[in-house]
Write a protein that binds this ligand. Structure first.
Ligand SMILES: Cc1cc2nc3c(=O)[nH]c(=O)nc-3n(C[C@H](O)[C@H](O)[C@H](O)COP(=O)(O)O)c2cc1C
Length: 192
């Protein structure tokens, strides 16, 4: 699909077909949002999204509901390894994610929901108070790429920032201080 078409058709989608995503489709979405393009050193790399100072302070967690060959549960993307780490299996995790977002029920019906956390220390040593601004800007780039990449596999996406901070941090198992939830986006195949 030409980029111009993906941009023109982009919209927030909150209703999803019951069909699962394949692992290959999820892999393509992960690559579009955080994939490594070039490794610079043991600590730094260039990715498919820009980041202030190439600090890349964001981490990706997947709440999996309906993905071929993946059991429902919580996973973490390891971009340098091109792998998913299974954190825990939980058949109710989609419902719990919706509850952690003030009951936005459509989140429970997604095939997979991308959760992004920030590790502020990666930015703060360099940008001081401006770190929080550039972390938020970075998150916008990531979610926009998810919207556009979703188009190419017939999937709809909806950005979500209305969430309970503590509930989402607990869902992901992050401490809310050194690492905290910043943004999320449910994804699912579009209904015909
Ligand atoms: C930062 C941000 C936060 C958002 N949070 C929510 C949300 O919590 N729930 C929701 O249903 N939509 C959310 N949206 C989606 C917006 O409602 C949507 O982008 C807007 O209505 C415009 O529609 P469009 O994306 O289809 O053009 C959010 C969008 C952005 C950019």
């Amino acid at each position: 699909m030409p980029v111009s078409e993906a941009v023109a058709l982009r919209e927030s989608v909150r209703q999803y077909a019951a069909v699962p995503l394949t692992l290959e489709e999820v892999s393509a979405l992960l690559w579009a949002t955080q994939g490594i393009r070039r490794i610079l050193s043991a600590e730094s790399a260039l990715r498919t999204v820009p980041s202030a100072g190439a600090r890349h302070s964001l981490e990706t967690y997947l709440v999996v509901n309906r993905v071929h060959t993946l059991s429902a549960g919580l996973y973490r993307y390891l971009p340098f390894d091109g792998q998913l780490a299974q954190l825990r299996l939980d058949a109710q995790i989609g419902h719990k994610a919706a509850m952690a977002c003030f009951g936005q029920d459509f989140i429970a019906t997604s095939a997979v929901t991308f959760f992004w956390t920030a590790i502020p220390e990666r930015m703060e040593w360099r940008y001081d108070l401006a770190a929080h601004k550039v972390i938020a800007i970075d998150a916008g780039h990531v979610c926009q790429n998810l919207y556009l990449a979703g188009q190419t596999i017939g999937a709809g996406v909806c950005a979500v920032a209305a969430y309970d901070q503590q509930a989402c941090d607990e869902l992901l198992g992050v401490d809310g201080d050194e690492e905290f939830t910043i943004y999320l986006a449910p994804v699912g195949k579009r209904r015909a």
